[in-house]
Design a protein around this ligand. Structure first.
Ligand code: TRP
Ligand code: SF4
Length: 430
């Protein structure tokens, strides 16, 4: 099948029709799992997080108290802004829900893909970390720089044993001119995603990666590689569950057979389990044995995908257009001025607006309120409805958004100052 859409994690973001992602890439609608999420984040309730892979595994763990983790990260390039805040909020929410938590500063990626010097990677990385902490990241989480994590770098090498150049080229569009370290950085990123499942961190568990939809190619690659790194495959077949070894391993097969109750048939390279055996239980026995025999037992990573905010000037957010973006370290007054200039979904004249209403769905000021500034669902619904009914003026929304933005930035920047004094609690000396 020829793909009509291409998601390019390093290119410009222009994803017009998110629903295509469901069909073409196998991302599931988040709505399907939403009713099962305890105390969902506003991004979830408001369908800003619109898609997922395997999120039910995360929900099951949350409910049963089994271990699970959240992991995500950024290339340290450019200033930290509201787009980064979204991923940070999602990480922190999962941390509050009991996840073991990991945040990567992707300095190897920034250095190889964007030519950012190591010195600048360190400075910009610290800038991101301060915002992450100010937003509520707790010290029991792990914050690390890729280049300073031997465990991640070693795992990247090991992943390279399973991944080959033609598949990476098919996913990322690499060519003969692509620099080797750029290619390597994709393996480092897969290692970021999988390393929470290493024994140092308690072994295999479901891990969710909250990202923007442009990052899905990394997730797909990592899911494939995670499966390939398994020693065994457990599958439901008609009338039985089949456990197969990729490479014949008599001793491990014997161990597996010994731990399963019920009716089994043992062959040289596989075991079949009959009766109504619980596949999850069998999968976990197989993982256990796999690890005892030197394997990884990885779960393919789960993921969530959020919509991007538009730039305040309309179109995309772009650091080349300063008025399109609000930085988390920007002066609150400058930010307020940007809000007041922002593109709205209002009509050309007030008379027209009163008569036919505005378009909150095409309004960057509304997006600011929806994504970041108004917590209360009733309040945001009121803004939406008043706008639609022509009972609201854009001036009123802009004044509200500017006021809330100033308040948020002042609080956030004070939080960043406090975070500077507490970096050692996070195991960071920067
Ligand atoms: N590639 C991501 C970016 O462009 C950064 C990143 C590195 C990442 N490792 C990750 C994201 C692991 C999610 C999970 O910013
Ligand atoms: Fe946007 Fe508010 Fe104007 Fe509606 S009234 S278009 S929500 S700024």
């Amino acid at each position: 099948m020829k793909r009509k859409m291409k998601l390019d994690p390093w290119g410009a973001v222009d994803i017009k029709d998110y629903s295509k992602l469901f069909d073409e890439f196998g991302i599931s609608p988040f709505e399907d799992v939403l009713p099962d999420v305890p105390n969902p984040h506003p991004y979830m309730r408001r369908h800003i997080i619109f898609g997922h892979r395997d999120y039910h595994l995360i929900l099951n763990a949350m409910k049963s108290g089994a271990p699970f983790a959240v992991m995500s990260g950024f290339m340290p390039s450019g200033r930290v802004h509201l787009g980064h805040k979204m991923v940070m909020d999602e990480i922190i929410w999962h941390q509050q829900m009991g996840a073991q938590t990991f945040f990567a500063v992707a300095d190897m990626e920034a250095h190889s893909v964007r030519n950012v010097s190591w010195k600048e990677c360190a400075e910009v990385g610290k800038d991101y970390i301060l915002s992450l902490i100010a937003l509520g990241f707790q010290p029991d989480g792990h914050i690390y720089f890729q280049s300073k994590s031997p465990i991640v770098r070693d795992l990247a090498f090991e992943i390279g044993v399973e991944a080959n150049l033609s598949e990476l080229s098919a996913i990322y569009g690499f060519s003969g001119e692509t620099h080797i370290s750029h290619i390597l950085s994709t393996l480092v990123q897969s290692a970021d995603i999988l390393h929470p499942q290493l024994s140092k961190f308690g072994g295999p568990k479901p891990v969710v990666i909250p990202v923007g939809a442009d990052q899905d190619p990394h997730i797909r690659l990592t899911r494939d590689v995670a499966n390939r790194m398994r020693m065994f495959k457990v599958e439901a077949r008609k009338g039985h569950i089949s456990i197969r070894a990729k490479i014949a391993n008599k001793a491990a097969m014997h161990d597996i057979a010994g731990r399963i109750d019920g009716k089994i048939k043992t062959y040289a390279e596989h075991v079949d389990v009959y009766g109504n055996a619980d596949i999850d239980k069998i999968a976990s026995i197989v993982r256990e044995v796999e690890i005892e025999h030197g394997g990884y037992g990885f779960y393919p990573p789960a993921s969530t995908y959020h919509r991007f905010m538009s730039g305040l000037t309309g179109g995309k957010m772009s650091s080349a257009i300063p008025d399109s973006i609000i930085g988390l370290t920007e002066s609150p007054d400058v930010a307020a001025a940007k809000v007041k200039k922002a593109k709205t979904g209002g009509k050309v004249t007030l008379v027209e607006q009163r008569r036919s209403g505005g378009e909150p769905q095409n309004c960057t000021v509304y997006e600011l309120l929806l994504f970041h500034l108004i917590e209360d669902d009733k309040h945001i619904a009121e803004v939406y409805n008043e706008c639609k009914e022509g009972k609201r003026t854009c001036g009123k929304c802009k004044a509200l958004a500017a006021e809330l933005m100033v308040k948020f930035l002042k609080g956030h920047q004070a939080g960043r100052e406090r975070a500077k004094e507490r970096l050692d609690r996070y195991g960071l000396k920067i």
